[in-house]
Design a protein around this ligand. Structure first.
Ligand code: GDP
Length: 548
């Protein structure tokens, strides 16, 4: 492509070489990541501290305070407010040194939903945050599995070292054995809890002394050489010796910090610190940005597309309705994958084949919006969505491309959704369909046509509440939710034919998804294991096959 038509004020770029050069620069400068953690591990605290180092307009505290700052509230947000949690996930962008960092914010509540998973589909890197006392926790494990699907690099931050925690060696061991992920400790803690004295940097063997950062201020680390006699003023001899001994053990065990393996998602660099006291956050950010991968090539139905492809491509990974009640709008969040996105650009919508002019693209920081002039691979933009976009949709200019869809994730909660009022049937059906299309929840159906009630299949309880709340507020239908008592779902590879081949199966209910594909529901894992043992040839998948 020779030229890109720009918005009103943006400079015209007519020159291939200049364009390639500025695109390359933008790509080189971008890092994008999401934090995966269990509630209470300190994600909000770490995010605040990271923003403190970013030369962004945001101040520490902004993340926690966003509930209060919010000016627009919708019915849906009413629900968020009542529950005092954040359902929405948005992107926080900040500049650090020469890097534009996009932090994809995932909801932290334990009733998390598919949004959390989908956000990971747009991330190039993940930071796995652990509480040093608790180690790996359920939600972290689940999110890790999603990262594994795409082999994205994982950086581990072990938090709350200022509190008594587990032995650092056993924390590494847990990651290695339970996640099957090799570890490389970048720093090593000296003591923990009241006896936490700091960390030894593995490469230089310098000691960074622990100090509680002043609230809201960037901290300045005090470093001493490991053989500096002054060290004994700050660190007890036995503590230092124990840390050195452990570090020597790690060295002897031998794995090196192999960036290739990090990039392949096989090895995680591990950092110890304390987000609350702002200890270890800046060294973490420095190393993390050094090692993290920039925007990578992403798979389409015709093979991978490089971020340096000169024409714009991107995909929708999240839809959100009614962010602004005055407009009853829907926002589609698009991850830019290649080329340059510009305001007022006309793009093709791969699924419908239509052209759309994108005149009001937005960058969304928490709930504040500003209009975007341009965006590059790794960035996320919010588009007003007049009902046209669905999760996984590709937008592009130039030659046709279509990104591989975003998989539906294995639901764990199944309920009948009942509409007790026959006169509201039309609205009920419309609401259920629209919420399904938007990806608010997965919908399954009984194979018995006479049972017309849809089945809500969710990964978190909160999704059910959101669906009921929205059906009532947006479609004026009051519904009843009836739990079904199943906990595990499996899609059948090979569809109905494979299922028919094995004949009658016990202790499981066969239902179908919206594409009439068979799904098996089990009361527990044990029943699933039983079926797998009885029918080893039957191929089952926890993740719904992608519909393109
Ligand atoms: P989130 O649920 O993961 O977002 O966790 P928060 O950031 O809200 O933190 C949960 C609790 O842990 C809060 O009370 C924090 O003050 C506390 N916390 C976070 N980081 C640290 C830390 O490094 N040390 C200690 N002692 N507490 C922390």
């Amino acid at each position: 492509m020779k030229s890109i038509s720009t918005g009103n004020n943006a400079p015209q770029i007519n020159d291939d070489e200049n364009f390639q050069h500025s695109l390359q620069e933008a790509v080189n400068q971008r890092r994008n990541f999401a934090i995966i953690s269990h509630p209470d591990a300190g994600k909000t605290t770490l995010t605040e501290k990271l923003l403190l180092y970013g030369g962004a307009i945001q101040q520490a505290g902004a993340v926690k305070a966003r509930g209060e700052q919010r000016k627009v509230t919708s019915d849906w947000m009413e629900l968020e407010k009542q529950r005092g949690i954040s359902i929405t996930s948005t992107v926080l962008q900040f500049e650090y040194k020469d890097i534009t960092v996009n932090l994809l914010d995932t909801p932290g509540h334990q009733d998390f939903s598919e949004d959390t998973y989908r956000t990971l589909a747009a991330a190039d890197n993940a930071v796995m945050l652990e509480d040093a006392a608790k180690g790996l926790e359920p939600q972290t494990r689940k999110l890790f599995e999603v990262c594994r699907l795409r082999n994205i690099p994982i950086f581990t931050f072990i938090n709350k070292m200022d509190r008594p925690g587990q032995e650092p060696l056993s924390l590494l061991d847990e990651i290695e054995s339970e996640l099957n992920l090799s570890t490389f400790a970048v720093n090593w803690p000296i003591g923990s809890g009241d006896l936490f004295r700091g960390v030894i940097q593995r490469d230089s063997r310098d000691v960074i002394l622990f100090a509680r950062g002043e609230r809201g201020k960037q901290s300045i680390e005090r470093r001493l050489k490991i053989n500096d006699p002054k060290l004994s003023e700050f660190v007890e001899k036995e503590l230092l010796e124990k840390a050195i001994e452990e570090l020597d053990l790690l060295e002897a065990a031998g794995s090196a910090l192999d960036l290739e393996l990090v990039r392949e998602g096989e090895l995680t660099p591990v950092f110890f610190g304390s987000a609350m006291t702002n200890f270890g956050v800046r060294p973490f950010l420095d190393s993390f940005l050094d090692m993290a991968q920039g925007p990578v090539a992403r798979n389409t139905t015709d093979g991978p597309v490089d971020p340096m492809r000169e024409t714009f491509t991107g995909f929708v990974f999240k839809l959100q309705a009614n962010m602004d009640p005055r407009h009853r709008d829907r926002v589609a969040f698009v991850r830019v994958c290649s080329g340059r996105f510009q305001k007022d650009m006309t793009v093709s919508h791969a699924r419908s084949g239509k052209n759309i002019r994108l005149s009001r693209p937005q960058k969304i920081f928490a709930q504040d919006r500003s209009v975007v002039e341009d965006a590059y691979p790794g960035d996320v933009i919010g588009l007003n969505n007049p009902g046209m976009f669905a999760i996984g949709d590709t937008l592009y200019t130039g030659k046709h491309v279509e990104y591989e869809g975003i998989p539906c994730f294995s639901p764990e909660i199944f309920c009948w959704l009942r509409n007790p009022n026959p006169s509201a049937f039309k609205n009920f059906r419309k609401g259920v369909n629209e919420l399904r299309e938007e990806g608010a929840v997965q919908i399954l159906y009984d194979t018995d046509q006479s049972k017309r009630d849809p089945i809500l299949a969710a990964v978190g309880q909160l999704q059910l509440e959101v669906v009921q709340h929205r059906l009532e507020n947006e479609y004026s239908v009051e519904t009843i939710v009836d739990p079904m008592g199943y906990q595990v779902a499996r899609w059948v590879k090979g569809g109905w034919t494979s299922l028919e081949q094995i004949g009658r199966i016990f202790n499981c209910k066969t239902v179908q998804d919206s594409w009439q594909r068979p799904v098996l529901l089990f009361k527990n894992q044990w029943n699933l294991n039983q079926l797998e043992q009885d029918h080893p040839s039957l191929e089952l998948s926890a993740v719904a096959p992608v519909v393109s």
